[in-house]
Design a protein around this ligand. Structure first.
Ligand code: FES
Length: 208
């Protein structure tokens, strides 16, 4: 049997536990923005479903799986998702996630590609701070203060701008509305809810 696990970026995520195996995953897009992620998972036994709220204190709810709708096949679960997308809005769509990425998506990990650092790729938990991921994984994003003051961490989200959180007041001190339209953000103020690719201007060399 199969179940559909739902994650709402920035609101809650549903985690895989023993007895659940992810087989397919989809982004649910509304007006071009990713609003949810659905994982079709094979269910064995009667595991509890773990749902974790994204906002601190990250309340964890463990829901008996008997409350979840079960489907006899992957196709039946997929049909249900199509049905949901079709009736929610004419601007809604389901985008299938590549098979090789299903496991990490179901585990709540997102991918960050540091384009200006030879395309280095790092994985991080969803809702991570972009500059912290860069520091932890040696992504190479420039920074000084880490607190939205200096403006050094200006970067461009080349792919996945829809996977970043809302613009902060501190960013508006360094970036114009046109910058935001063109994908620029301050890495120290930006949290990522899905895969992104990021670039930045190389720092000018100090005069000899
Ligand atoms: S590191 Fe200073 S504003 Fe982001």
């Amino acid at each position: 049997m199969y179940v559909i696990l739902t994650t709402r970026p920035g609101v809650f995520k549903t985690e895989l536990t023993d007895g659940l195996t992810a087989v397919e995953a989809y982004d649910y897009m509304l007006f071009g923005k990713r609003k949810a992620q659905f994982v079709i998972a094979k269910i064995e036994g009667s595991p509890r479903i773990t749902i974790v709220e994204d906002e601190p204190p990250h309340v964890v709810n463990r829901v008996p799986s008997k409350f979840l709708q079960k489907y006899e096949s992957i196709g039946a679960a997929h049909q249900e998702l199509l049905h949901l997308a079709k009736f929610s809005s004419t601007d809604a769509s389901l985008v299938r996630i590549e098979d090789e990425a299903v496991g990490r998506v179901a585990a709540g990990l997102v991918s960050v590609t540091f384009i200006s650092n030879a395309g280095k790729v790092a994985l991080a938990p969803a809702n991570s701070n972009l500059l912290r991921v860069s520091l932890r994984e040696q992504g190479g994003s420039p920074f000084k203060c880490g607190g939205g003051v200096c403006g050094t961490c200006k970067c461009r989200i080349e792919v996945g701008l829809e996977n970043t959180d809302e613009i902060k007041p501190k960013e508006r001190k360094h970036l114009t509305p046109e910058d935001f339209e063109n994908g620029y953000r301050m890495a120290c103020q930006t949290f990522i809810r899905g895969d992104v690719s990021v670039s930045w201007q190389p720092r000018p060399r100090a005069a000899p």
